[in-house]
Design a protein around this ligand. Structure first.
Ligand SMILES: Cc1ncc(COP(=O)(O)O)c(C=O)c1O
Length: 395
C-alpha cells in the first residue's frame, strides 16, 4: 500500500475479541472471552435450513426479507411487547421490518440512514465496538457518555447536557454488552421526553432482548409507540438461536424510516441468506417456546457460574441480562484490565475480555482510576464453566 494512502479509520486496531480469542487459542486457555455459544443451534432449525437448500430455495430472497419471516417477526413482537396495544399501533411486519445480515448490518444501515456529515450521535461507554466506525464513515461524530459504574446506569442529566444543535441520535443497548445491565421503564420514559423535546432519533440495539433474568422485563422500544415513531430497533437471530455464524438479524422502524433504511440496505447486501430466512420463519412459527425458554436457559448458566465463583476473591457484579458476567479483580491484582486479561490467558489458562477497549480515551482515564473489571461469557457448556471457575477460584 502506498504510504500516502490515508486511512478512513486511522485509530482502529484489531478488535479485542479477535485479540483475546487468538491468545486463548495460542495458549489453549478456556475461552470465556468472545461472546458466542459453545452449544449448537436447535436441530429443528438445522433441519429446516438443510431442507430449504435441498429443495432448491437457493436464489435471492426479496431485498426486504421473505414475507413469511417478516410476518413471524411481527407476531413475535406482538406477543412479547405489544399484546396490550390497539391493532393500529402494532408492528406491521411487511412495511416496518427489514431482514438483515446480522444485527451488525442493521446497525450499519440504520446509522447510514440517519447520520449526515457533522451530526453528533450520543453513545454510552462501555459501548459495543461497531457503532463508532459506522458513525464516522457517515461523516458524523460520537459523543461518549460513561455509564455510572458499578451498576452501569445512564445519567440522564449528563445526556441532556450533551445534547446540542448537532445532535441527531442516541444509541442505546439493553440488555447491555459488555456489562449485563438493563434499561428500566423510567429510562425509556426519560429517553422519550428528550427525543421528542430535541427532535432526535433512537437506535436501539436489542440483540439480547430474550436473555433477561430474575423475571425482569425487557423494556423494548417496541413497547413505546411514541418513542418507536423515531426509532430503529435492531435484533439478532444469532443470539436467540445460537447461530451467530449465520449472521441473521433485522431492523424494525416506522414505515417512513423503513423506506429510507431499505434504500441503503439494498446496496449493502441486497438480501440475506434465503435458506436461513425460511428456517427461522418455520422455527418462530413451530417452536415458539425456544424464545420464551431462553431466559431460563441462560439464567441457569449465570447462576451456575456465580455459585462456582462464590469462594473466589473476585467481586461479582450483577448480570441482569445478556450472557455476560462482570468480575471485579481489584482484590487480586494491580494490573490494568488488558494486562490482567493477557496474564489470565497466558499464565492461568482462562481468557476474558477487558472493559477498557469499550471506552473512548477521555472516559477511560476516569473509569480506570476506580475500576478493575473483566467480562466473562457464560454461553458455554456447564462443565466448561465449572472448570474455568475452579481455576479462577484459586487466584
Ligand atoms: C451489543 C451487540 N450488538 C450487535 C451485535 C452484532 O450481532 P450480529 O452477530 O447479529 O451481527 C453484537 C454481537 O456480539 C452485540 O453484542
Amino acid at each position: 500500500m502506498s504510504s500516502s494512502f490515508s486511512s478512513k479509520l486511522p485509530d482502529l486496531a484489531t478488535s479485542i475479541f479477535t485479540e483475546m480469542s487468538m491468545l486463548a487459542n495460542q495458549h489453549q486457555a478456556i475461552n470465556l472471552s468472545q461472546g458466542f455459544p459453545e452449544f449448537d443451534t436447535p436441530t429443528f432449525l438445522k433441519n429446516g435450513i438443510n431442507q430449504a437448500i435441498v429443495e432448491g430455495k437457493n436464489q435471492y430472497a426479496p431485498s426486504t426479507g421473505l414475507p413469511e419471516l417478516l410476518t413471524e417477526i411481527a407476531q413475535l413482537v406482538h406477543r412479547q411487547y405489544q399484546f396490550n396495544l390497539p391493532e393500529q399501533e402494532k408492528l406491521d411486519g411487511l412495511n416496518e421490518v427489514t431482514v438483515t445480515s446480522g444485527a451488525t448490518e442493521a446497525l450499519w444501515v440504520a446509522i447510514q440512514t440517519l447520520v449526515r456529515p457533522n451530526d453528533e450521535v450520543i453513545v454510552f461507554d462501555p459501548a459495543y465496538d461497531s457503532y463508532e466506525p459506522a458513525v464516522e464513515l457517515a461523516g458524523g461524530f460520537c459523543r461518549h457518555i460513561a455509564l455510572n459504574a458499578p451498576n452501569y446506569t445512564i445519567d440522564w442529566v449528563k445526556v441532556e447536557q450533551a445534547i446540542n444543535d448537532k445532535t441527531r441520535a442516541i444509541i442505546i443497548n439493553s440488555p447491555h454488552n459488555p456489562t449485563g445491565s438493563i434499561l428500566t421503564a423510567s429510562d425509556l420514559n426519560r429517553l422519550q421526553q428528550l427525543v421528542a423535546a430535541h427532535d432526535l432519533y433512537v437506535i436501539s440495539d436489542e440483540v439480547y432482548e430474550h436473555i433477561i433474568f430474575d423475571d425482569l422485563t425487557h423494556e423494548s422500544v417496541l413497547r413505546y409507540p411514541e418513542l418507536f415513531k423515531r426509532a430503529f430497533v435492531v435484533s439478532s437471530f444469532g443470539k436467540t438461536f445460537h447461530c451467530t455464524g449465520w449472521k441473521m438479524g433485522y431492523c424494525a422502524a416506522p414505515a417512513e424510516l423503513t423506506t429510507e433504511f431499505r434504500k441503503i440496505h439494498q446496496y449493502v447486501t441486497f438480501s440475506s441468506f434465503t435458506p436461513a430466512q425460511i428456517a427461522i420463519a418455520q422455527m418462530l412459527k413451530n417452536q415458539p417456546s425456544h424464545v420464551t425458554d431462553l431466559a431460563g436457559f441462560y439464567q441457569q448458566k449465570r447462576d451456575l457460574l456465580i455459585n462456582a465463583l462464590q469462594d473466589s476473591r473476585f467481586t461479582l457484579l450483577p448480570s441482569k441480562g445478556t450472557y455476560f458476567l462482570l468480575l471485579d479483580y481489584s482484590a487480586i491484582s494491580e494490573l490494568n484490565d488488558r494486562a490482567f486479561c493477557h496474564w489470565l490467558t497466558k499464565e492461568i489458562g482462562v481468557a476474558a475480555i477487558p472493559l477498557s477497549p469499550f471506552y473512548q480515551a477521555e472516559q477511560l482515564a476516569q473509569y480506570q482510576q476506580n475500576n478493575k473489571v473483566i467480562r466473562l461469557c457464560f454461553a458455554k457448556n456447564d462443565d466448561t464453566l465449572i472448570k474455568a471457575a475452579k481455576i479462577l477460584s484459586r487466584l
